[in-house]
Design a protein around this ligand. Structure first.
Ligand code: F6R
Length: 244
């Protein structure tokens, strides 16, 4: 299902409704969380609802998708730091309930296998996703297999530049694979802004050259996009509630 709304704020609000409904069904939800700029308004909205007493979240468990290699454990750009600062702490989720790939492990392949097993054993109830301009999901860059597992990947130049990484910053990351993403019970893909229009259209049309094209095979995929990101989807997705 594709929902098109007018603004970034409305994307955040519609997505927060969906996360809230999931939490009402199961207070011990295992939530897969993306980082990057796109989900931050959602995380702010969840924090606001929690502070207002409208979102019981203390029993949530969070599972990250990916993490840069080579950043110090206290680097504020690490995805764990972002998730703790923007989501876990505001929602009162303890550090021990935030799971991320162990990028400091001596044996990264083993750490990847552990992380895949952790996600699979827990069972991700709802996976939040963003999308890169080249269609990447988590850090599955173009060419990633639809059944790929957790692994070390090299970031493309476009992804490094979009993520504001300079010459001395990380060139590699650990990412969960597309296979693990597809095993989540429900997927929620968020896309905002005109730079995502082409990538979103390719995802919706299941373009096999786009990593996000694999998502359309999932039985429970919700896409929430603002008008700019939905600009190339054609007339099919009609404005829904929240749109003016
Ligand atoms: C990061 C992640 C990435 C981002 C993507 C878009 O955890 O999963 O796939 O979703 O790079 O990033 P933004 O939202 O910054 O455009």
């Amino acid at each position: 299902m594709v929902r098109v709304v007018e603004s970034v704020d409305q994307v955040a609000s519609a997505a927060a409704d969906l996360v809230g409904a999931q939490l009402c069904r199961d207070r011990r939800t295992r939530l897969g969380v993306a980082t990057g700029a796109t989900p931050l308004p959602l995380y702010r909205e969840l924090a606001r609802r929690h502070a207002a007493g409208d979102l019981p979240a203390g029993e949530l468990t969070l599972f990250l998708l990916d993490e840069y290699l080579g950043l110090g454990t206290d680097d504020p750009r690490s995805f764990r730091a972002v998730v703790v600062d923007h989501l876990a702490r505001p929602l009162g989720i303890p550090d021990g309930a935030v799971h991320a790939p162990e990028v400091g492990a001596a044996d990264l392949q083993q750490a990847c296998r552990r992380f895949d097993a952790l996600r699979d054993d827990a069972g991700i109830d709802l996976q939040i996703l963003g999308i890169g301009r080249n269609g990447h999901i988590a850090f599955n860059e173009p060419g990633s297999a639809p059944d790929s597992g957790c692994r070390v990947v090299q970031l493309t130049d476009v992804t490094r530049s979009d993520n504001g990484l300079g010459p001395k910053d990380p060139t590699h990351a650990v990412t969960v694979g597309i296979g693990s993403i597809l095993r989540a019970r429900r997927l929620l893909l968020l896309a905002t802004g005109p730079t995502k229009a082409e990538a979103l259209a390719r995802a919706v049309h299941a373009d096999p050259r786009s990593p996000a094209g694999a998502l359309s095979g999932h039985p429970d995929l919700t896409i929430i996009a603002d008008r700019d990101a939905a600009a190339l989807l054609g007339p099919a997705p009609t404005p829904t509630d929240g749109a003016t």
